[in-house]
Design a protein around this ligand. Structure first.
Ligand SMILES: *Cc1c(COP(=O)(O)O)cnc(C)c1O
Length: 350
């Protein structure tokens, strides 16, 4: 039997005898050593492959518990604002557990793969003329009057469920990493990881805590620049957020762990996405590559990570966002006829 987060981590989660079992197979994602980058930078770099979750992002870790608690309250309707992955995840659980699911998305700003998922799972999709931050404001406004449960990360059960990422890393390594790099958008996930590490530390399952680095994009870096960004802009749509809902929790996590918020350019992000794909065989979405871009930036600034254990959270699957990748990968395709001689020639000339 496939292990499930609900039963495996029950005693660390707000689950009681009235909480209905929920799972679509989330969690227990691989932690893979990045052999080539580790060699290059003389440290141990690991990737947590959150794109291996059922809907292709870490959002499923929070969603299983949020939906379980929604069912416990006998509610039948869920709603979220989304840059894409939350809507895909909510729609999947909504489908399985027969919940009316509404997703509010910023018009024209959702990566194709994510939108297709919400459609496939059968969610009601409302595309608004506004950005993510405005979508979330609308959701907060609407939810009560229509009796919807909000399943964004402002729902505390999202953060509780997402702690399991930290639990798994400690179990997979046998200890806490020295450093963790993680992309930051609405700032829920970094706060979850910190909660998870602290909980296992307090339970004496690990004997140290990692230093956290939260990575934002240059054009959407409210936590680095210390101000709300009105029109956040970056190729990494999952972290295109100007007013993070969990800003305070995230700042506490960074301060308590003696870490830092860092910003990286879109070029850095795309370079990192390419390096991860071409050196390690892992295709992650741009927001996820930001974590590695952050690590590379700090190394280039002279930070010393030699012989340290470093985990980068690769939050989502690269297949979700084919358009972005296509733009800079297109030139790789050589077209020929079906004539084997011509094909042979094309290969030799490549
Ligand atoms: C949601 C998401 C993020 C950002 O997580 P927050 O909890 O909003 O900070 C990063 N990467 C991917 C792929 C995401 O889906």
């Amino acid at each position: 039997m496939q292990k499930n987060l609900f039963n495996y981590y029950k005693k660390y989660l707000p689950i009681n005898e009235n909480t209905p079992f929920v799972s679509i197979g989330e969690g227990f994602t691989p932690l893979v050593k990045s052999e080539n980058l580790s060699d290059k930078y003389k440290c141990n770099i690991y990737f947590k492959l959150e794109g291996s979750n059922p809907t292709g992002s870490f959002k499923d870790r929070g969603m299983f518990l949020t939906v379980a608690k929604t069912l416990e309250k006998k509610k039948k309707k869920i709603i979220c604002a989304s840059t894409g992955n939350t809507s895909a995840s909510a729609a999947a659980y909504g489908a399985k557990y027969n919940l009316e699911t509404v997703v509010i998305i910023p018009k024209g700003k959702i990566a194709l793969g994510k939108l297709i998922q919400a459609m496939a799972y059968g969610a009601k999709i409302i595309s608004i003329n506004g950005n993510f931050d405005e979508s979330l404001l609308a959701v907060k406004d609407i939810s009560d009057s229509l009796d919807f449960e909000i399943v964004n990360s402002i729902n505390p059960y999202r953060l509780e469920g997402q702690k399991t990422g930290a639990f798994e890393i400690i179990e997979q390594l046998g200890f806490s990493p020295d450093f963790q790099f993680i992309p930051v958008g609405n700032a829920g996930n970094i706060s979850s990881y910190w909660k998870g590490y602290k909980q296992f530390y307090d339970s004496k399952i690990c004997n140290k805590l990692p230093v956290l680095y939260g990575i934002q994009a240059d054009g959407a870096a409210p936590l680095v620049d210390n101000k709300i960004i009105k029109n956040p802009n970056t190729i990494a749509s999952a972290i295109r957020i100007g007013n993070p809902a969990s800003a305070d929790l995230a700042k506490d996590s960074i301060n308590e762990s003696s870490g830092e918020f860092i910003k990286v350019s879109d070029d850095n992000i795309l370079d990192a996405q390419k390096i991860i794909a071409r050196k390690e065989g892992i295709f992650c979405e741009p927001a996820s590559a930001a974590s590695v871009a952050g690590l590379i930036k700090l190394i280039s600034k002279g930070y010393d990570f030699s012989n340290k254990n470093i985990v980068c959270i690769l939050t989502g699957n690269g297949l979700k966002d084919p358009e972005n990748a296509q733009q800079y990968l297109q030139s790789n395709i050589i077209k020929t006829s079906s004539d084997p001689d011509e094909i042979r020639e094309a290969i030799l000339k490549y």
